[in-house]
Design a binder for this molecule. Structure first.
Ligand code: UDP
Length: 387
């Protein structure tokens, strides 16, 4: 009989949604239609106003006033404060969560968002629903304590860096599984690099390529980095590289980048569904410190130039990239352009070393491992179709 799985996420950034979709795709790939997986945006679709406005504030706060986001993150970062807030929220919002559970009648619930652990646990308890609840942490190195609930059946974490935080929050080693961040199955077998791929993507076949992104929403300093890099990648009339600029859902950025005349070959794109191909076709990525993008780049063996981070949950991703020697951090567009240009020239060897380290650190099969463990929680596991 088909088992129903409910994934709770919210659109605070593209990462949670991307992880939720990765898990859904992983279930479909491994088990066909043995599981019916539904993804809901718990905050936007089920909670009453004004709480459902929270995700919108995230885009605004994280993008335009990161200092305020940091303040909020830190204010709720203490275990006790977080627990008190969670208890209050659960009392007020329990009914809305219960509605979602009544509607979908899940056999198992997965959370990929730090804000919903306590709310869901409380609703399950009040409804006397005895179904497994698992958390899949989608932040890479710095984690908010609200991610961890001691009664979660399993908690999947992406890195060694997160293990201590999970233990501090009283999770037992048996509850914790360390496989890596769930990324979409397309990253498990990234496309072959080479001239064919570049031709299909209408890129220059020979020039080294920098991929510029700003998360799902296209936020950060993408435009000024593109301008600086364009200037540096052309010296003495010679082109030293090319750029691919992915603007995500940021229409204004897309229009601005498309209208501009460039002095090196440039591809400007809106939201793309084939990120694995673009990553495989490029030689380095310039990005804010989004966990999804970092994890994906690692599996593609793509050195990472970090241009910034959202205070709080993305902060630890900077030392993560530097300590594992898979990239660098330069907050100034001019410095980014200078270093990337060196990577494409005299420091080619360093770029190749970072690419090898990235391939080693990446976990291309994390999604499949997570999905298999979750399926096992539901008892008689149907055979895996493709592992
Ligand atoms: N992404 C995508 N297409 C785009 C832009 C972004 O598929 O055009 C994906 C990207 O591959 C990653 C996610 O959106 O999986 C962004 O997540 P990340 O954690 O890096 O940043 P966030 O947007 O959550 O701040």
């Amino acid at each position: 009989m088909t088992k129903r799985i409910l994934i709770l996420m919210s659109k605070t950034g593209g990462g949670h949604r991307a992880s939720a979709e990765a898990l859904k795709a992983g279930f479909a790939q491994l088990y066909g239609d043995a599981f019916e997986v539904e993804i809901i945006d718990l905050l936007m679709d089920y909670l009453p106003w004004p709480v459902r406005e929270l995700p919108k504030s995230y885009n605004f706060l994280a993008g335009t006033t990161p200092w305020l986001w940091r303040l909020l993150f830190q204010a709720t970062d203490e275990q006790i404060t977080a627990a008190t807030l969670n208890r209050m929220a659960a009392r007020v919002l329990g009914q809305s969560i219960a509605q979602a559970f009544t509607r979908y009648q899940p056999d198992l619930v997965i959370s990929v968002h730090p804000l919903v652990q306590y709310l869901s646990m409380r609703a399950l308890k009040v409804m006397r629903l005895r179904i497994p609840f698992v958390t899949v942490v989608t932040d890479l190195a710095t984690v908010h304590p609200a991610w961890f609930h001691p009664r979660a059946n399993l908690c999947f974490i992406p890195s060694q860096e997160v293990y201590a935080a999970a233990r501090k929050a009283r999770l037992t080693p048996e509850q914790i599984r360390l496989y890596g961040l769930p990324i979409r199955p397309m990253f498990a077998t990234p496309p072959q690099r080479g001239p064919e791929l570049r031709a299909r993507l209408q890129m220059n076949p020979d020039l080294p390529a920098a991929l510029l992104v700003g998360g799902g929403e296209g936020i950060g300093k993408v435009a000024s980095i593109a301008h600086a890099l364009d200037a540096h990648l052309r010296a003495d009339g010679k082109q030293l590289g090319q750029m691919v600029i992915i603007c995500g859902s940021n229409r204004k950025l897309y229009d601005e980048m498309s209208a501009r005349k460039w002095s090196v070959p440039v591809r400007v794109l809106g939201y793309v569904d084939n990120m694995a191909e673009w990553m495989a076709a490029c030689d380095c990525i310039v990005t804010k410190a989004g966990p999804g993008t970092i994890a994906e780049a690692l599996t593609c063996g793509l050195p990472i130039m970090l241009s910034g981070f959202i205070p709080g949950q993305e902060e630890g991703n900077v030392p993560y990239v530097i300590n594992h020697q898979v990239g660098a951090y330069r907050p100034e567009p001019e410095d980014i352009a200078r270093l990337v240009t060196r990577w494409f020239g005299p420091e080619r060897g360093e770029l190749a070393r970072m690419a090898a380290n990235a391939r080693q650190l990446g976990n291309p099969r994390a999604t499949f491992h997570i999905v298999e463990d979750i399926a096992a929680l539901l008892g008689d596991v149907p055979p895996s179709l493709a592992t």
